[in-house]
Design a protein. Structure first.
Length: 190
């Protein structure tokens, strides 16, 4: 089953559940606005749009552990998250500065590829990430990537530019490690 098929199935289930026993006044919101953003982990189903499972990977336990390990933090950070305009944003407030991972869910793979190209242009992410298809870095702490109908952005540009964590990585190195973790978490999706 492709990611798109999974998304369509999830939408059908959510619509059926939302229609059972609720009125328009008390039906759950399908997409949270920034004012309804969820802090401290993964949003609950009523705060999430369809396709949440793959898009929420940046706030998942595996990536949280990678943030802790990569930056050499004493504890696993609890990220804040929000859904808006088909984009899931996961923000880690680290002692070195904010680290922002986001996933945009597009309707099709082609739309996601177009969105990636737009981001590459906007962020000047012209350098391919070694060993990753459809992943690019800008050398300033940002990595963008595409898989199926999902577009990932990892922005470590607010962190110090170098000597991060036990491996003394650059901000771009941290972004590559975390982008790789998210992309690896998508294995089996699509």
């Amino acid at each position: 089953m492709t990611t798109r098929d999974q998304l369509i199935s999830l939408v059908a289930v959510l619509l059926a559940v939302a229609g059972c026993g609720s009125t328009a006044a008390d039906a759950p919101s399908v997409a949270a606005t920034p004012e309804q953003s969820v802090t401290g982990g993964t949003p609950s189903p009523q705060d999430s749009p369809p396709a949440a499972a793959a898009a929420e990977t940046p706030c998942g336990d595996a990536v949280r552990g990678q943030v802790q390990e990569t930056l050499g933090l004493d504890s696993v950070p609890t990220p804040g998250s929000a859904w808006a305009d088909n984009r899931y944003t996961c923000t880690y407030q680290t002692p070195m500065g904010p680290l922002v991972l986001s996933v945009t869910v597009e309707a099709t793979d082609a739309a996601a590829q177009d969105h990636l190209e737009t981001l590459r242009t906007e962020l000047r992410a012209t350098n391919p990430v070694s060993g990753r298809q459809d992943a690019y870095k800008n050398g300033g702490g940002v990595v963008v990537a595409h898989r199926d109908n999902l577009v990932l952005s990892v922005d470590a540009s607010a962190l110090p530019p170098e000597h991060l964590g036990p491996d003394h990585q650059s901000d771009t190195g941290v972004a590559i490690v975390l982008a790789t973790g998210v992309l690896d978490g998508w294995t089996g999706h699509g």
